[in-house]
Design a protein around this ligand. Structure first.
Ligand code: URA
Length: 264
């Protein structure tokens, strides 16, 4: 292990090839980060497993690539993204899970977030609340094209990115806290009427942070809850949706890496 390890991600520049990986997949769940690495990258190698934040190094079409964990929510994600930027990462695709709030986006489907309504505290430490939470357009097109080529229906749209899974996503029946603030009562319907597709907990902060740092960011989400029908995570839908989200993210990364090679 190197001495130049970053404190949270647990690895540093001397653990990486030169030039370092320009691209990272970022999953909330360490098991998903492992699944991406061991199932899709060539020569995957575990770089670190620190505080539940695993990072894998491998390659995709000859390009070094990382598959890392963000942990849950904006605060943890900002730390990981900051440290990934310090070791040379230039583009990040989040692979996450989400709850749909639209009837036409079923459980088991895939959402590609093109922008987020960012109701997240950590993002406000990085940029003013009015700063746009927008995905990188080139990365987003690469992801959408990859989905189309793979025959996977992906819903491209706006995501509500919030800090809490229960209160912030208007969960009451499945929550320990039945006392939802007045400001949050009816918020899901309001968002539905604004054409927002879904709830999740990281993309808004990721987009703002990457934009401020000069990094490209994209986001692919597996729909594991259908909030027009209920509050629960539907484990039956999770398997297929997660497999499809990973397929889209990996194929999108291939396109993005090929485009970068052509333009340099
Ligand atoms: N992740 C979320 O943030 N919300 C859901 O409903 C499911 C996954």
């Amino acid at each position: 292990m190197s001495d130049d390890r970053l404190y949270h991600i647990g690895f540093g520049p001397s653990d990486l090839p030169s030039p370092p990986p320009a691209f990272a997949f970022l999953s909330g769940d360490p098991e998903r980060a492992e699944r991406v690495a061991t199932g899709h990258l060539d020569q995957p190698r575990l770089l670190s497993d620190h505080r539940g934040l695993v990072s894998w190094l491998g390659s995709l079409d000859g390009h070094p690539v990382l598959s890392s964990t963000s942990g849950m929510g904006g605060p943890s994600l900002t730390i990981v993204v900051n440290e990934l930027a310090q070791v040379g990462v230039q583009a990040i695709v989040r692979i996450g899970t989400t709850g749909s709030i639209q009837p036409h986006v079923p459980a088991g489907a895939v959402v590609i977030t093109r922008a987020a309504l960012c109701r997240q505290g950590a993002a406000a430490d990085i940029a003013p609340v009015e700063y746009p939470a927008a995905a990188d357009p080139f990365l987003t097109v690469a992801l959408a094209r990859a989905a189309a080529d793979a025959g996977i229906t992906a819903h491209v749209g706006v995501t509500a990115s919030v800090d809490t899974f229960y209160e912030g996503q208007e969960r009451q029946a499945s929550s320990a806290n039945p006392n939802l603030l007045r400001a949050l009562q009816g918020i899901t319907e309001e968002y539905r009427n604004l054409g927002i597709l879904n709830y999740e907990m990281e993309s808004g902060t990721l987009f703002k942070q990457c934009s401020v740092y000069g990094l490209a960011a994209g986001c692919v989400l597996a729909v594991v809850a259908q909030r027009t029908e209920g509050e629960q995570v539907l484990l039956d839908a999770k398997g297929t949706a997660e497999t499809d989200a990973i397929t889209v993210a990996v194929a999108g990364a291939r396109r993005w890496l090929a485009d970068q090679t052509r333009s340099t």
